[in-house]
Design a protein. Structure first.
Length: 158
């Protein structure tokens, strides 16, 4: 009887052994995803998506859609990809770090822009704000607006 009990414990221990050397805690796609994606979605005009790659060579992809953000986005109106310098990317990451400090803003409205930020700078983060340029200081969205303005400035470069 003792032999059977020892044999069962032995099988239980052997069955629990992991066959992998490491355990994956995060999705490997996370490290390949863009460092940020900002969607600017106005109700009555063209939506714009800014996307910045996380690895060198750093690139900013700007996609503008034909339709209206509050309705049908339709097809892609323009797509522009520019390579960022190390200095531009560093400044962008600095602005992103500041923008990732979110206020507890609950301002809502019927029409206007909605800005949605997704970032994988440290961990995956997603947030959306209605009309960030409305009472920006009072709502604590200065850094968020600054990030968007910098992305727009970079996207207008050749």
């Amino acid at each position: 009887m003792r032999f059977v009990l020892i044999f069962l414990i032995f099988l239980s221990v052997i069955g629990c052994k992991s066959t992998r050397n490491t355990i994956e805690y995060t999705d490997p796609g996370f490290y390949l995803s863009p460092v940020l994606r900002l969607k600017v979605v106005p109700t009555f005009s063209n939506p714009v998506i800014y996307e910045v790659s996380r690895h060198n060579p750093y690139k900013l992809l700007t996609i503008t859609y034909e339709g209206a953000g509050g309705y049908d986005w339709k097809g892609i109106k323009s797509k522009k990809r520019i390579e960022l310098t190390e200095e531009q990317y560093s400044k962008l990451v600095s602005k992103l770090e500041k923008a990732l400090v979110f206020p507890k803003d609950k301002t809502l409205g019927m029409d206007g822009d909605t800005w949605m930020l997704e970032s994988s700078l440290y961990q995956y983060t997603a947030v959306a704000f209605w009309e960030p340029e409305y009472q920006t200081d009072k709502r604590g969205l200065v850094n968020f607006v600054s990030l968007k303005n910098y992305l727009k400035q970079l996207s207008l470069m050749k």
